[in-house]
Design a protein around this ligand. Structure first.
Ligand code: GLU
Length: 416
């Protein structure tokens, strides 16, 4: 990962490009360039060896014109306030592009979950919620899972918040396990939403997904479900996958189930029998039809963009492409399904979960899938229409769709 690139500066640059194309009023533009509120916390966690360690966490509420802020919590050793600010900005655009009544927010804790026991992780999760509890709430700011946070972590967080309030508050967080008010279909929602967008893109470009080859960088919540769904829904061939330790390639195609079992046993996709080792850099440059970055930000940059050969890039990760690389992708006619559109399925089903928590009535999985598909197809079409009308790349078009919606909400409120 190229760490010297500041993701928040990238998020601002992307907004500036769209603002220029749409001739956005200066006050609206200025308001949307910065987060509305930031909270930084330090909190103690008792470690297994008896020592107390102090952890640092953040919660950013970027813009709440469209509704309560919404967005995940990342546990990552390299977490910075700029990453969280960028991710909170992207959540704002993400909720707006699928037209759900939320603003954007994000949280993060600087920690390495791989070095922590389950008990330590539970105490860290509860400690973070105690530290930020007055800042969040089901009608204020609603967290969810993200990098290295899981449904179990959401369960601890919901329990801690409920204890502080003195009653059960399932709607304060989404991505919960099903018995605690989670929604059916939330588990694979990010990848599934991406598949609905991919289907539309392939239709538009005249690509037969049944014959398509796919490479996926990242085998976490987004990447592993993407491998499964692209195989099961379209019959495409996944030829390469990777995780933080490296990647594997097979010309014949990889069996998602075998990869998953191998990763469960060895904690990595690497070393699976019958596959060739490749690096996380090489996976991006393979000669495939569909490339799915599903790990971290800033992986497609001006350094490697010229070597990217895919016809479609489905960005399941947040912020995988820098603005400099974007220009070249557009010039090279690579069809990018930009992150906050491609991965909006997660927050869309989070919204469905929150709705179900609010009225205490739970949907069947089929209903979740159908409603998700409707949201994704509509968002994809809105973006494509904008791209064609203003002759801009898909990311700029997605910004224009979202910025219009947030700007309208701010104007109606009388802010700008
Ligand atoms: N962390 C996910 C994202 O980046 C999901 C957010 C949510 O469900 O609120 O979209």
């Amino acid at each position: 990962m190229v760490e010297e690139i500041n993701p928040f500066e990238n998020a601002q640059k992307q907004l500036d490009i769209a603002a220029g194309k749409m001739k956005l009023e200066p006050s609206v533009h200025a308001m949307l360039r910065e987060p509305m509120r930031i909270l930084e916390v330090s909190f103690p966690v008792r470690m297994d060896n008896g020592e107390t360690k102090i952890f640092k966490g953040f919660r950013v509420q970027y813009n709440d014109a469209c509704g309560p802020t919404k967005g995940g919590i990342r546990f990552h050793p390299d977490e910075t306030i700029d990453t969280v600010k960028a991710l909170a900005a992207w959540m704002t655009w993400k909720c707006a592009v699928v037209d759900i009544p939320y603003g954007g927010g994000k949280g993060g804790v600087i920690c390495n979950t791989k070095e922590m026991s389950e008990g330590e992780l539970e105490r860290l999760s509860r400690g973070y919620i105690r530290a930020i509890n007055y800042f969040i709430g089901p009608e204020k700011d609603i967290p969810a899972p993200d990098v290295y946070t899981t449904p179990q972590i959401m369960a601890w967080m919901m329990d801690e918040y409920s204890k502080l309030k003195g009653y059960n508050v399932p709607g304060m967080i989404t991505g919960k396990p099903i018995p605690l008010g989670g929604s059916l279909g939330r588990g694979d929602a990010t990848a599934r939403g991406g598949m609905y967008a991919l289907k539309e893109a392939a239709k538009y470009l005249g690509i037969d997904l049944k014959k398509a080859t796919v490479a996926i960088q990242g085998y976490g919540n987004a990447g592993q479900f993407a491998a499964r769904l692209v195989t099961e829904m379209f019959g495409s061939k996944v030829v390469a996958v990777s995780d933080s330790k490296g990647g594997i390639y097979s010309e014949k195609g990889l069996d998602w189930k075998a990869v998953l079992e191998h990763k469960k046993k060895t904690e990595s996709v690497t070393g699976l029998k019958g596959t060739k080792e490749i690096t996380n850099e090489e996976i991006l440059e393979l000669n495939v039809d569909v490339l799915i970055p599903a790990a971290l930000e800033n992986v497609i940059t001006e350094k490697n963009v010229a070597r990217i050969k895919a016809k479609i890039i489905l960005e399941l990760a947040n912020g995988p492409t820098t603005p400099e690389a974007d220009k070249i992708l557009h010039k090279n006619k690579i069809f990018v399904i930009p992150d906050f559109l491609a991965n909006a399925g997660g927050v869309t089903v989070s919204y469905f979960e929150w709705v179900q928590n609010t009225y205490g009535y739970y949907w069947e999985e089929q209903e979740v899938h159908e409603n998700l598909e409707k949201k994704m197809v509509k968002a994809f079409k809105d973006v494509l229409e904008m791209a064609e009308k203003y002759k801009v790349d898909n990311r700029t078009a997605a910004y224009m769709v979202s910025v219009n919606r947030v700007a309208e909400a701010m104007k109606l409120r009388g802010w700008v």
